[in-house]
Design a protein around this ligand. Sequence first.
Ligand SMILES: Nc1ncnc2c1ncn2[C@@H]1O[C@H](COP(=O)(O)OP(=O)(O)OP(=O)(O)O)[C@@H](O)[C@H]1O
Ligand SMILES: [Mg+2]
Length: 300
Amino acid sequence: MARKQDRIGEGYGGEIALQNTKLGYGKTDLLQRAKEKGFVQKAAVSADEAFDGTIVVKDANLWYGSFQALKHVSVEIPNHKTTALIGPSGCGKSTFLKCLNRMNDLVPECKVDGSFRIGNRDIYGKIDVNLLRKNVGMVFQKPNPFPMSVYDNVTYGAKTFGIRKRSELDEIVETSLKQAAMWEELKDRLHQSALGLSGGQQQRLCIARALAVKPKVILMDEPTSALDPISTGKIEELCKELAKNTTIVIVTHNMQQAVRISDRTAFFLLGELVEFGDTEQVFHSPADERTSRYVSGRFG
Ligand SMILES: Nc1ncnc2c1ncn2[C@@H]1O[C@H](COP(=O)(O)OP(=O)(O)OP(=O)(O)O)[C@@H](O)[C@H]1O
Ligand SMILES: [Mg+2]
């Protein structure tokens, strides 16, 4: 079934996919505010609250034109756990990740079928895609801070939902930067351009920006591949902290990283999900010979 092309999200470089609206910064409830301002329809509001829970994908197929990039993928990604997606280049990891917040809708000639549910919502059904993307945030390989100050980066989503009061925005900035373990580093640089930060700082700022609207799911596509070991360590620590109340799906080419931070691992090959299970099992006693060859570096 063809999905109509959807340009929502391009304002964020097609990436930020701002997250949950049900925020609770002090007296501020972004969901309520959005409702009052008429940014969110009532029906969509209840949908927003439902994007929490297991991600259940059944028999998913995806084509770019005539090329089939995902083949009969079925998987249940548990809530509030970290799931790593691994596999050789071009096997469909990013494609699968982007299905989970309908970022592939932005790609012309892309067709998806099968069933994708988060909690009790069919994410390709009658939903507000903006709300989906607010609940299911995304962090990319290359940090993509907006060309504006640190402060404006972090408050971008809240402002979209009508928050204007300085004290509320200040609280959002402090909370989000603390969550991303950057407050001490950046509290005196809030009004400087985010483009002046180091690569590692920019990536953590992007994570803070995503967290500022309290997503239920965070999709990360090789978030540390461009970073040094210290910045990588900080982001891994952050993932462990976030996983206490957020579902994380992370693509990584770093096998040690998958072992360090994930509860479950999915191994993709040529568009198929070859194996999915506890990370410990996938790495130490894989069921499929192809997984075994890949995780031991004997692939190909
Ligand atoms: N927009 C697109 N148009 C056409 N083909 C695409 C598009 N995006 C991805 N593909 C193709 O789909 C397949 C899967 O790509 P994808 O980016 O999902 O792989 P990946 O597993 O993330 O690889 P990598 O590890 O290199 O990032 C590849 O063959 C790729 O060339
Ligand atoms: Mg990729």
